[in-house]
Design a protein around this ligand. Structure first.
Ligand SMILES: [Zn+2]
Ligand SMILES: [Zn+2]
Length: 149
């Protein structure tokens, strides 16, 4: 199964519980899919398959740790990305929403890695504004949790 390719995806390794971790040749997003689905060629469409998704990933430098945004940045250090006629989206938010869906109402995304240029979905956590502010004032706690600052 490892190395099996379908659409832009390829099987990387067994993830347990009859699921396999699949990567994408076009972007750094990974997913876990059931072996039976992979054999039938299901789930081959990575979220990056639609425009402007592919364009987004050409501006990302995916290191082993953070996925760094190399496109335009706002003055506060967050990446921004043009999604349509004149509209811009925050790069990290956009990336997170590709994987987890819309950010729940009343929540905002906190960089667990404390790197504002990072767009790696699993380095972001949906928290309330109060939680976000509290965390921002306590970087030592983040360090204690073992994340790079
Ligand atoms: Zn992809
Ligand atoms: Zn990060």
């Amino acid at each position: 199964m490892v190395g099996h390719q379908f659409h832009s995806r390829f099987v990387m390794h067994y993830a347990g519980h009859k699921k396999w971790t699949v990567g994408c040749t076009e972007c750094p997003l990974k997913a876990e899919l059931a072996g039976a689905d992979i054999r039938r060629g299901r789930g081959g469409q990575c979220p990056c398959a639609n425009n402007p998704n592919r364009r987004f990933w050409t501006k990302v430098n995916a290191t082993d740790n953070c996925w760094l945004w190399c496109g335009a940045k706002q003055s506060d250090g967050y990446g921004s990305f043009r999604v349509g006629s004149g509209k811009t989206a925050l790069a990290h938010k956009w990336s997170w929403e590709q994987v987890f869906g819309p950010v729940p109402q009343g929540k905002e995304l906190d960089h667990v890695c404390r790197n504002r240029a990072c767009v790696r979905p699993d380095h972001l956590e949906a928290v309330t504004h109060q939680e976000n502010v509290a965390r921002g004032n306590m970087p030592s706690i983040v360090r204690a949790r073992g994340y790079a600052v």
